[in-house]
Design a protein around this ligand. Structure first.
Ligand SMILES: NC(=O)c1ccc[n+]([C@@H]2O[C@H](COP(=O)([O-])OP(=O)(O)OC[C@H]3O[C@@H](n4cnc5c(N)ncnc54)[C@H](O)[C@@H]3O)[C@@H](O)[C@H]2O)c1
Length: 275
């Protein structure tokens, strides 16, 4: 049953969600549209994007509009913002989400080009989307939500470039929040722990023992499960719609994965961790 108009938490607001065709971005698109927003989302996969667009538009009560975009290309990023303003005439929220996590890698095997390319994909795209969106967000006292990661805070085995890009996103969020306060624009980040998405599944598949990796991923949380796309979308909706005192803040979406002691000693056999 459709929600009554009065309970729609982001009615007629306009949002851009990058990497919105699947995973966490898809969760954000769905939750925002369910709450009455007009959501422009972008990704590279045209078929997936068009399919999600028709599905969420059929359900309403808001609407979505898909624009193909490779977020490693500045002209394509600019195009998404221009088309959004052409279609809807305003912008209230930018959710910088598109990014990737390479399979496990150690520093001896990482080239400078690989590191640079990941910075371009995970960080520079957030910078460029913010830069082109801010003139419009300043007019609406809008907000930016940057998808960071829990691992920016606690690190992660065999993931130096990825963790570094997410740490930079945290610093970017705080610095931009300071500069944009005078324009009334809030800038925050969300740091997921383990959310089951196509990216998580791909990392598990590349690990050699996907079942064990997925079980380990679930067991890392206090409640023994992964977070969902809906829960990620709800966290972003809170920041966009109600979190009016939040700026320069990072919200953990982690199921408590960062709590408690565990065996961190890599010199010890992993099979003995509970002895
Ligand atoms: N899934 C998790 O557990 C988790 C944890 C922490 C942080 N994150 C972060 O959340 C964000 C989304 O991750 P996810 O797990 O949903 O990933 P995903 O791979 O399932 O989805 C990523 C989305 O980004 C898009 N994308 C990737 N590269 C792109 C490019 N060059 N141009 C345009 N779009 C591109 C994809 O099309 C897709 O829509 C990422 O920034 C990721 O680092 C995820």
């Amino acid at each position: 049953m459709a929600a009554p108009a009065s309970s729609l938490r982001y009615r007629d607001k306009v949002a851009i969600v990058t990497g919105g065709s699947k995973g966490i971005g898809e969760g954000v698109v769905r939750v925002f549209v369910q709450n009455g927003a007009k959501v422009v989302f972008c990704a590279r996969g045209v078929d997936e994007g068009k399919k999600l667009e028709s599905e969420v538009n059929a359900a309403g009560p808001g609407e979505s509009f898909f624009i193909p975009c490779d977020v490693s290309k500045e002209d394509e990023i600019k195009n998404v913002v221009v088309k959004t303003i052409e279609k809807y005439g305003r912008l209230d929220c930018l959710v910088n989400n598109a990014g990737m996590h390479p399979p496990e890698e150690e520093i001896d095997d990482i080239t400078a080009d690989h590191f640079r390319n990941l910075f371009n994909l995970n960080l520079i795209n957030y910078f460029l989307f913010s830069k082109y969106s801010l003139p419009h967000l300043r007019k609406t006292s809008g907000n930016i939500i940057n998808m960071s990661s829990l691992v920016a805070k606690i690190g992660q085995l065999h993931a130096v470039p990825y963790v570094t890009t997410k740490g930079a996103i945290d610093a970017f969020t705080r610095a931009l929040a300071i500069d944009e306060a005078k324009h009334g624009v809030r800038v925050n980040s969300v740091s997921p722990g383990n959310i089951m998405t196509p990216m998580w599944q791909q990392l598990a598949d590349a690990s050699g023992n996907p079942e064990a990796m997925i079980q380990g991923g679930a067991d890392a949380q206090l409640n023994g499960r992964f977070g969902t796309l809906e829960e990620a979308g709800q966290m972003c909706l809170f920041l966009a719609a109600e979190g009016t005192f939040c700026t320069g803040n990072d919200l953990l979406l982690s199921g408590g994965a960062e709590l408690n002691y565990g065996c961190k000693n890599q010199l010890k056999e992993r099979t003995n961790i509970y002895e």
